[in-house]
Design a protein around this ligand. Structure first.
Ligand code: MN
Ligand code: MN
Length: 327
């Protein structure tokens, strides 16, 4: 029965059949296959969690996010009315070659992997990993796009702007400070959304104010609504730069919808608010890089955290496709 044996291409088989690249997209882990793919967007895994300050496990995030979907083949975005993968060439570029217990090397190989993807003209969409990976990832994107300036929209319960955590510069609590201090992204174009709870402290917020950072707390979102706040965040991030790196710490979501993360903080966004915000941002700006971080599968329940992270990526792809198909 050769006809029914070959009835479906591998990419069109159900998501649970075969190798779990992101959405069963072409697997292009080396430079040659990535170059040949002429991808406009490339998924990159950053399976590293040695920057975590509390519950670990985000090193298993990239694989979990890749697997967390029941879809394969073509995808039609209902909100944006676009056949996403017919418009956009997307591949999975595999993981940065991280090994355990070598944190400096891990950050270097993540930076190099993202640099290679961005240099080939693809938008890197990086799956974390803990939030420390945003330092090498956004630095690589900023470097590749010079002399253009890149702004940052950063979703998180936490500002991640500590000078150090227990003496560690490479902590997941410090990447945003390093990006600003090393000049990869200007403080005044660094915009944070979703802050709440009890960390960081007043001195760190003073430093943020001095750098011109702008931040929007959950309390502000409760008062003004997410859509108005996101519109401000876009304007602030683009006040100078003409391109955006979008960083999503999944703990910006309420732990009731994203329990599988290292430092859950009650009182966060609902999934539908975050997915709408991703469409709103990516639809309106020139996206040059993105990450979704802090998914820790060992703490997840019913894969719900990995699934919403997967959909953050799909919403971004759909918004890119909708933009590309606009007359
Ligand atoms: Mn974070
Ligand atoms: Mn966080």
């Amino acid at each position: 029965m050769p006809d029914e044996f070959d009835e479906f291409a591998d990419a069109d088989l159900p998501a649970y059949v075969g190798l779990p690249s992101f959405h069963k997209l072409p697997w292009c882990p080396d430079d040659a296959s990535l170059e040949a793919s002429r991808a406009q967007v490339a998924i990159v895994g950053a399976p590293y969690d040695e920057g975590t300050s509390a519950r670990p496990g985000a090193r298993f995030g990239p694989r979990a996010i890749r697997e967390a979907s029941y879809l394969s083949g073509d995808i039609w975005s209902i909100p944006l009315q676009v056949d996403v993968l017919k418009v956009l060439r997307v591949v999975d570029a595999g993981d940065a070659p991280v090994v355990p217990s070598r944190p400096d090397r891990a950050h270097r190989v993540i930076q190099e992997k993202v640099r290679r993807v961005a240099s080939m003209g693809a938008i890197p969409v990086v799956l974390g990993g803990d939030h420390s990976i945003t330092f090498p990832s956004a630095a690589a994107v900023s470097e590749v796009h010079r002399p253009r300036k890149v702004g940052m929209v950063h979703f998180d319960a936490h500002a991640d702007t500590a000078a150090e955590l227990w003496g560690a510069l490479a902590s997941h609590g410090a990447p945003m400070r390093r990006l600003i201090e090393e000049g990869w992204i200007a403080g005044r174009n660094f915009v944070q959304v979703g802050l709440r709870g009890y960390w960081p402290d007043a001195a760190t917020f003073r430093w943020m104010g001095e750098q011109g950072l702008r931040w929007h707390t959950m309390a502000e979102i409760e008062e003004r609504g997410a859509e108005a706040v996101i519109a401000d965040a876009i304007r602030e991030a683009l006040d100078g730069p003409d391109a955006i790196y979008l960083s999503i710490d999944i703990d910006v979501l309420d732990p009731s919808v994203a329990p599988g993360t290292g430092t859950p903080e009650p009182g966060g966004l609902h999934a539908r608010e975050l997915l709408r915000a991703v469409r709103q941002i990516v639809g309106r700006v020139d996206l040059v890089g993105m990450d979704v971080v802090e998914v820790s599968p060992p703490y997840d329940h019913a894969e719900i955290t990995a699934r919403v992270a997967n959909r953050c990526v799909l919403e971004a792809l759909a918004a890119l496709a909708a933009k590309a198909s606009r007359p």
